[in-house]
Design a protein around this ligand. Structure first.
Ligand code: NAD
Ligand code: UDP
Length: 309
C-alpha cells in the first residue's frame, strides 16, 4: 500500500517509516524538520520504496495514498511551547489538510493524539471514556487543545464525510532517536547520568508517568490502522507507572552513574499522575506492551551512549 507518514523524520515517525518500509509498503515521509532530523531516516533514503518530502502540514498538499499516519507536531514541552501559536496551527490546520486529502483520495487516516487530552487527570488510570481536565489558558494548552480539536475534526469528517478514521492516544513513549535536546524526562535523565551531571527532578518528583518503549507503540499503531471497523479512540501506552523520583534513581542505577539528584521548580500545569488503562487496546487489538521498562531503558541508554561518546 501507499503510506504517508507526516512527522516521519521525528522520533516515533522514523521508527514507523522503518517498519512500513520493511513490510514492503511504498512510504512517503513528510516533514518540515522542525524537531525531526534527516539522520533519523538517512538509512531509508536509498530504498526504492521510500520517499522524503520537505513540507509543512499547515499548507495543503496533493498526494495519492491509501493510508495517512498523521504524526506531524512537536511533542516535547519545550519544543511545543517555543512557538505555541504554530503548535496549535500544526495540529488544527494539519488535521484539516490531511483529512481533506483522506476525503479526496478515500484514504484511511490515523491521528496521533495524546494522553494530554486528559490534562491533569482526576480519574486514575485514564480510560478512553474519561473526558479530561484540561486548562485552556496555560502554557501546555497550545498542545493539549490543538490535539483535542484534531480529535474533533477527525470525528466530524467521519460523521459528515464518511472519512475512514482511527484515533490513538499515545502515552509517554521513549527509545532510540529521541532528540537529545528535547527536554523530555527520559532523554534529560539519561544524558545527565551519562555525562555525570546533576539529575534535574522537577518539583518533589512525586508526579507519575508510565513509559512505553517505541517498538511496542509502533506495533499498536499499525494494528490500530489495520483493525477493521474500530475507529477508537484507543489508549496506547505501558501501564507500568513510576514516580519521577523513582525513575531518576532507576536511571542512575542502570547507567552506573555518580550523578546526584537536584530539585528544580515544577513547570505550570504539569500533570500529577498519568497511567493508561489499556483494556480497550487489549480487547480490540490484542495488543499490550512486550518490552519491560528495564529492557527498554537499556536500549535507550545504549543509544544515547553511542551519540554522547
Ligand atoms: P517529534 O518531535 O520527534 O516528531 C514530530 C515530527 O513532526 C518532527 O519530525 C517534526 O519535524 C515534525 N513536524 C512538526 N511540525 C510540523 C509541521 N508543521 N509540518 C510538518 N512536520 C512537522 O515527536 P514524537 O515524540 O515523535 O511525536 C510524534 C507524534 O506523536 C506527535 O504528534 C506527538 O504529539 C505524538 N505523541 C508523542 C508522545 C511521546 O511520548 N513521544 C506522546 C503522545 C503523543
Ligand atoms: N521532568 C523532570 N525533569 C526533567 C524533565 C522532566 O522532573 O529534566 C518531569 C516533568 O516535570 C514531568 C515528567 O518529568 O512531570 C515528564 O516530563 P516530559 O517532559 O518527559 O513529558 P510530559 O510532561 O509531557 O509527560
Amino acid at each position: 500500500m501507499r503510506m504517508l507518514v507526516t512527522g516521519g523524520a521525528g522520533f516515533i515517525g522514523s521508527h514507523l517509516c522503518e517498519r512500513l518500509v520493511d513490510e514492503g509498503h511504498d512510504v512517503i515521509c513528510l516533514d518540515n524538520f522542525f524537531t525531526g532530523n534527516k539522520r533519523n531516516i538517512a538509512h531509508l533514503l536509498d530504498k526504492h520504496n521510500f520517499e522524503l518530502i520537505r513540507h509543512d502540514v499547515t499548507e495543503p498538499i496533493l498526494l495519492e495514498v491509501d493510508r495517512i499516519y498523521n504524526l506531524a507536531c512537536p511533542a516535547s514541552p519545550i519544543h511545543y511551547q517555543y512557538n505555541p501559536v504554530k503548535t496549535t496551527k500544526t495540529s488544527v490546520m494539519g488535521a484539516i489538510n490531511m483529512l481533506g486529502m483522506a476525503k479526496r483520495v478515500r484514504a484511511r487516516i490515523l491521528q496521533a493524539s495524546t494522553s494530554e487530552v486528559y490534562g491533569d487527570p482526576q480519574v486514575h488510570p485514564q480510560p478512553e471514556s474519561y473526558l479530561g481536565n484540561v486548562n485552556t489558558l496555560g502554557p501546555r494548552s497550545c498542545y493539549d487543545e490543538g490535539k483535542r480539536v484534531a480529535e474533533t475534526l477527525m470525528m466530524d469528517y467521519h460523521r459528515q464525510n464518511n472519512v475512514d478514521i482511527r484515533i490513538i492516544r499515545i502515552f509517554n513513549t521513549y527509545g532510540p532517536k529521541m532528540a537529545e535536546n528535547d527536554g523530555r524526562v527520559v532523554s534529560n535523565f539519561i544524558l545527565q547520568a551519562l555525562k555525570g551531571e546533576d539529575i534535574t527532578v522537577y518539583g518533589e518528583g512525586e508526579q507519575t508517568r508510565s513509559f512505553c518503549f517505541v517498538s511496542d507503540l509502533v506495533e499498536g499503531m499499525v494494528r490500530m490502522m489495520e483493525c477493521p471497523g474500530f475507529i477508537g479512540p484507543v489508549n496506547l501506552g505501558n501501564p507500568c507507572e513510576t514516580t519521577i523520583l523513582e525513575f531518576a534513581r532507576k536511571i542512575i542505577a542502570l547507567t552506573g552513574s555518580k550523578s546526584s539528584i537536584v530539585y528544580r521548580p515544577l513547570p505550570a500545569d504539569d500533570p500529577k499522575q498519568r497511567q493508561p488503562d489499556i483494556s480497550l487496546a487489549k480487547e480490540m487489538l490484542g495488543w499490550e506492551p512486550k518490552v519491560s521498562v528495564d529492557e527498554g531503558l537499556k536500549l535507550a541508554i545504549d543509544y544515547f551512549r553511542s551519540i554522547v561518546t
